[in-house]
Design a protein around this ligand. Structure first.
Ligand SMILES: Nc1nc(=O)c2c([nH]1)NC[C@@H]1CN(c3ccc(C(=O)N[C@@H](CCC(=O)O)C(=O)O)cc3)CN21
Ligand SMILES: O=c1ccn([C@H]2C[C@H](O)[C@@H](COP(=O)(O)O)O2)c(=O)[nH]1
Length: 283
C-alpha cells in the first residue's frame, strides 16, 4: 500500500500535464514506476484507502486466461470493465473489424491464447508456459505477450499490461509484468490484484512455491477529472494493513481455470478499508 500511495503522491507533486488525444482529456503523468508484491508472504496488494472491487479484477483476468474477446463473456464472469471500451468508443464503433455488440476484437486474451501465425494456425502462449513450468523448465523465454502491433487495428484498445514473464529458481516461481500505460486511480487498483493473483495461480497449477511479483510501469497517470478526489480525499486517508488472498486449492490445472472456476473460488481475509470513491472513467 505504501508504494501505491507514494506513486500517487509522486504524480501529484511531480507530474507533468499531458494532453491525450484518444480520450480528449489531460493527464498528470510521471514516467517509470516499479512495484513489488510479496506473494510468498500472501500480502495481497489491495487498496485500503478506498473500497476495492477486487472480484471484478480477478474476473477480468480469468477472462484473459480463457482468451475471451467479448464484453458479455466478461460480464458473465463478474466484470463490467470492458463494456465501455467495446460499446462506447466512437473509433471502435466505426471500425469495420468490429463484429457487433460487445465485441472487443483481437485484444489481450486472444493474443495470449490464439496469436495468429503468418504461415497459418495460431500460438497458445499460456499453454506453452504452463507446460514448461509444470515440468520444472524455465527456458528464459517463459513470456506471454498481448502486444501485437500487426493487429492493433483489429481491437478496441491496445493492451496496457502487455507482457508477463515468468522465472523459475529452484522451486520458486517469480513473475515480472510490464505495463505501458496506467490509470492509477482506477486501473492500478485492478492491475495490482491481477499481477499478484496471476503468480499465485500459476504457482498453484504448475506445482511451485510463489515468490515475488515485479510490476514495471512506464506511463503512470491521473486523469484531470480524477485529480481532486485523489489529492483531497484518497491521499488524506491512513492505509490499513494488507489483507490475504485465499485461492481454492482444488484448482490444479489450466483446464480447471478454463472450465469450472468462478469468483467463489477466491476469498479475501482481513480486508479493512475506507469508503468507496467513485472515480470518473475515460473511454
Ligand atoms: N481509462 C481507462 N482506465 C482503465 O483502467 C481501463 C480502461 N480505460 N480500459 C480498459 C480497462 C478496463 N478497466 C477498468 C474499467 C473500469 C473500472 C471501474 O469502473 N472500477 C470501479 C468499479 C468496479 C466495479 O464496480 O466492479 C472502481 O471503483 O474500481 C476499473 C478498471 C481497466 N482498464
Ligand atoms: O489494465 C489496464 C487497462 C487500461 N488501463 C488504462 C491506462 C489508460 O488510461 C487507458 C488506456 O488508454 P491508452 O490510450 O491505450 O493508453 O486505460 C489501465 O490502467 N490498466
Amino acid at each position: 500500500m505504501k508504494q501505491y500511495l507514494e506513486l500517487c503522491q509522486r504524480i501529484v507533486d511531480e507530474g507533468v500535464w499531458v494532453a491525450n488525444e484518444r480520450t480528449g482529456k489531460r493527464c498528470l503523468t510521471v514516467i517509470n514506476a516499479d512495484l513489488e508484491y510479496d506473494v510468498a508472504g500472501n500480502q495481497f496488494p489491495l487498496i485500503t484507502t478506498r473500497k476495492s472491487f477486487w472480484k471484478a479484477a480477478i474476473a477480468e483476468f480469468l477472462g484473459y486466461i480463457r482468451g475471451y474477446d467479448n464484453a458479455a463473456d466478461f460480464r458473465k464472469l463478474g466484470a463490467k470493465t470492458w463494456d465501455a471500451n467495446a460499446n462506447l468508443n466512437e473509433a471502435w464503433l466505426q471500425n469495420p473489424h468490429r463484429r457487433g455488440e460487445d465485441d472487443m476484437g483481437r485484444v489481450y486474451g486472444v493474443q495470449g491464447r490464439r496469436w495468429a501465425k503468418p504461415d497459418g494456425g495460431s500460438v497458445d502462449q499460456l499453454r506453452k508456459v504452463v507446460d514448461n513450468l509444470s515440468r520444472g523448465v524455465d527456458d528464459r523465454g517463459e513470456i506471454i505477450s498481448f502486444y501485437n502491433p500487426g493487429e492493433f487495428h483489429m481491437g478496441c484498445l491496445r493492451p496496457c499490461m502487455h507482457t508477463h514473464n515468468f522465472s523459475l529458481l529452484d522451486d520458486t516461481l517469480y513473475l515480472t509484468s510490464y505495463q505501458r500505460s496506467c490509470d492509477v486511480p482506477l486501473g492500478l487498483n485492478f492491475n495490482q490484484v491481477q499481477v499478484f493473483t496471476f503468480l499465485a495461480l500459476m504457482a498453484q497449477i504448475t506445482g511451485h512455491q510463489p515468490g515475488r511479483a515485479y510490476h514495471k510501469i512506464v506511463n503512470a497517470h491521473i486523469y484531470e477529472d480524477q485529480l481532486e478526489l485523489m489529492r483531497d480525499v484518497q491521499l488524506k486517508r491512513e492505509p490499513y494493513p494488507a489483507p490475504q488472498l485465499e485461492i481454492n486449492p482444488a484448482i490444479k490445472s489450466l483446464e480447471d481455470l478454463e472450465t469450472w472456476v468462478t469468483l467463489d473460488d477466491f476469498k479475501v481475509h482481513n480486508y479493512q478499508h475506507h469508503d468507496p470513491i467513485n472515480y470518473p472513467f475515460s473511454v
